[in-house]
Design a protein around this ligand. Structure first.
Ligand code: GTP
Ligand code: MG
Length: 292
């Protein structure tokens, strides 16, 4: 059979995590309209009768302003080599620009073959798609250049076929049925963070980190008890995340619980707290404690 690793890289917000989920066929990575959502290399596995592809979703490559930002770039750059293929994703609904060119430069320095893809073509007409594809083609030496929509699934199966064709002969890396190696604590923390990000504005989404303190059987049969802390960077952000009378935190909790109950197939008892970890994005020790 064919099997191998394929990382997905690109600027923040181009749709890498949405593409990972579309390729695997279920939600593995969180996605939000806010740039710099993904903070870990998240693996998702595509299983076919005669092939297996381990996709690696990565944080968006960007010009870092904090220590966290530099770490995120390191995580993404670390996935460019040591894989069988890279998918370089750009956002076709905006101008292909300097940030994309910078990443193309990084890709030129590694030997890994690259498939370049223009995403979000559901937002552009054919007339705009062609110049975007041409512009992307000029940026580097790509094995293929393909237009896709990760959100609608348009052309994603064709992209998956191109990727599978480029995987070497090899054994499966994951047992059939396993679609990710994300530990349950991380999965739960990510879903909570996704719901929090979606309800926040301006800089607050970037200031939130979530740590699951406890995850285990609850007091009642079939209930999973989760205790998690949402960390913020500034005292003023605590009130924003908690909301008037606790309304925002309750909203985050009920949205997270609804999704987690579906994902984990159990009833969830969710206890959320909010704590301050001053300027954690710029502090090496705090970053480590938060799992970055
Ligand atoms: N219209 C449209 N929107 C899309 C498409 N793919 C992704 N999006 C949206 O683009 C936004 C960003 O998507 P993500 O998948 O979180 O992007 P990302 O590249 O993983 O972003 P980071 O993790 O921040 O680097 C979300 O609002 C998605 O719903 C697409 O094909 N079409
Ligand atoms: Mg992402």
């Amino acid at each position: 059979m064919r099997s191998g690793f394929c990382s997905i890289v690109g600027r923040p917000n181009v749709g890498k995590s949405t593409l990972l989920n579309a390729l695997v066929g279920q939600k593995i990575a969180i996605t939000t309209p806010v740039p710099q959502t993904t903070r870990h290399a998240v693996r998702g596995v595509l299983h076919r009768a005669d092939a297996q592809v381990v996709f690696v979703d990565t944080p968006g490559l960007h010009k870092p302003k904090t220590l966290l930002g530099s770490r995120l770039n390191e995580v993404a750059r670390g996935t460019l080599s040591g894989v069988d293929l890279v998918v370089f994703l750009v956002d076709g609904s905006v101008e292909i620009g300097r940030g994309d060119g910078f990443i193309a430069g990084l890709l030129a320095e590694v030997a890994t073959p690259v498939i370049a893809a223009v995403n979000k073509v559901d937002r552009t007409g054919r007339a705009r798609q062609l110049p975007q594809l041409a512009r992307l083609a000029e940026l580097g030496e790509w094995a293929e250049v393909v237009p896709i929509s990760a959100a609608t699934g348009d052309n994603v199966a064709a992209l998956a076929d191109l990727i599978v064709d480029r995987m070497p002969e090899g054994p499966p890396y994951f047992p059939r049925g396993q679609v990710t190696d994300q530990p349950p604590e991380q999965l739960v923390a990510e879903i909570i963070r996704e719901k929090a990000i979606t309800l926040m504005r301006e800089e607050v989404p970037h200031s939130i980190a979530v740590v699951v303190e406890e995850l285990g059987p609850g007091s009642a049969e079939g209930v999973l008890a989760v205790t998690a802390t949402l960390y913020v960077e500034r005292d003023s952000q605590k009130g924003i995340v908690i909301g008037r009378g606790g309304s925002v935190l309750r909203d985050i909790g009920s949205r997270a619980r609804a999704e987690l109950e579906l994902l984990l197939g159990a009833r969830i008892y969710l206890d959320l707290r909010v704590k301050l970890s001053k300027e954690w994005q710029r502090d090496a020790k705090k970053l480590q404690r938060l799992g970055y």
